[in-house]
Design a protein around this ligand. Structure first.
Ligand SMILES: NC(=O)c1ccc[n+]([C@@H]2O[C@H](COP(=O)([O-])OP(=O)(O)OC[C@H]3O[C@@H](n4cnc5c(N)ncnc54)[C@H](O)[C@@H]3O)[C@@H](O)[C@H]2O)c1
Length: 257
């Protein structure tokens, strides 16, 4: 799929991995709608790349529909959806103080990460379906989701987050099969430890990050958001990639403790 001249919606595009994806797609000639809750950062990123910002909670039907419509309204055919909005949450099934995991927090993480991803995928793909195919295969568009390696082997103390990301992995192949009928490919990236604002800022955050990436075999560092964006671009541009979940993690495997 050639990115030049198409439009795209990137959720979570105001920060971190989503922001890097916005920049990479725009650099290839795509008009990008940044769909994010963070208005200040989202507008700034969209302005920098000549795109548009739509304040969006990915778990809200009407707001996601508005973001997708904004991409359609650019006049460039909508071909690309990148799901990168997400929230992290650290809590155990039974906490160290004996209290059970807060159910509201569990629901919020599932709602934003899993339902939000599905929401944009379904509304975005329905809009992509209305465009003309671009090639002899009948291809119309591509969806790239962001899960996590925590969705594969889980991460201790992050049961809600792991479940939400495992859900994204679980729907990748079924969605790819569903959307084959309209010429839309679906792939999911599972990042390991990538340097973004999700880990916070300052000295304590740097110490925390150093501990996190210590078990990465090679390269011995955090991943870069630009490296994630490179993979997003490759998954869009490579027409034979479909229904796949790809680890992007320097070889790290989360341990039980
Ligand atoms: N950074 C990592 O190491 C890492 C590892 C694995 C997976 N991930 C996943 O990658 C994605 C991006 O994370 P990041 O590291 O760039 O984090 P980030 O905090 O820098 O960016 C996340 C963005 O999502 C937005 N967002 C949060 N809730 C939203 C909602 N309900 N609707 C719309 N936007 C919302 C935030 O405003 C923010 O701009 C997340 O899904 C995260 O779980 C990150």
């Amino acid at each position: 799929m050639d990115l030049n001249g198409v439009s795209a919606v990137v959720s979570g595009g105001a920060s971190g991995l989503g922001e890097a994806a916005v920049r990479a797609l725009a650099a290839e000639g795509a008009t990008v709608v940044v769909a994010d809750l963070n208005e200040d950062k989202g507008k700034a990123v969209a302005d920098e790349v000549g795109g548009a910002f739509v304040k969006t909670d990915v778990s809200d039907e009407a707001q996601v529909a508005a973001a997708v419509q904004a991409a359609v309204d650019t006049g460039a055919p909508l071909r690309v959806i990148v799901n990168s909005a997400g929230v992290a949450w650290a809590s155990r099934t039974v906490n160290r103080d004996g209290s059970p995991h807060d159910l509201g927090a569990y629901e919020t993480v599932i709602r934003v990460n899993l339902i939000g991803t599905f929401n944009l995928m379904r509304i975005g793909a329905a809009a992509i379906a209305k465009t003309e195919p671009v090639d002899a295969d009948g291809q119309r568009g591509v969806v790239v989701n962001t899960a996590s390696v925590a969705g594969i082997e889980g991460q201790v103390g992050q049961v809600a987050y792991s479940a939400s990301k495992g859900g994204i992995i679980g729907m990748t192949l079924p969605a790819a099969r569903d959307l084959a009928a309209i010429g839309v490919r679906v792939n999911t990236i599972c990042p390991g430890i990538i340097d973004t604002p999700i880990y916070g800022e300052g000295e304590a955050a740097e110490e925390f990050k150093a501990k996190l990436y210590a078990p990465v075999p090679f390269p011995k560092r955090m991943g870069r958001a630009s490296e994630f964006a490179h993979l997003v671009k490759a998954l869009i541009e490579n027409d034979y990639m479909n229904g796949e979940t790809i680890r992007f993690d320097g070889g790290i495997r989360f341990q039980p403790k």
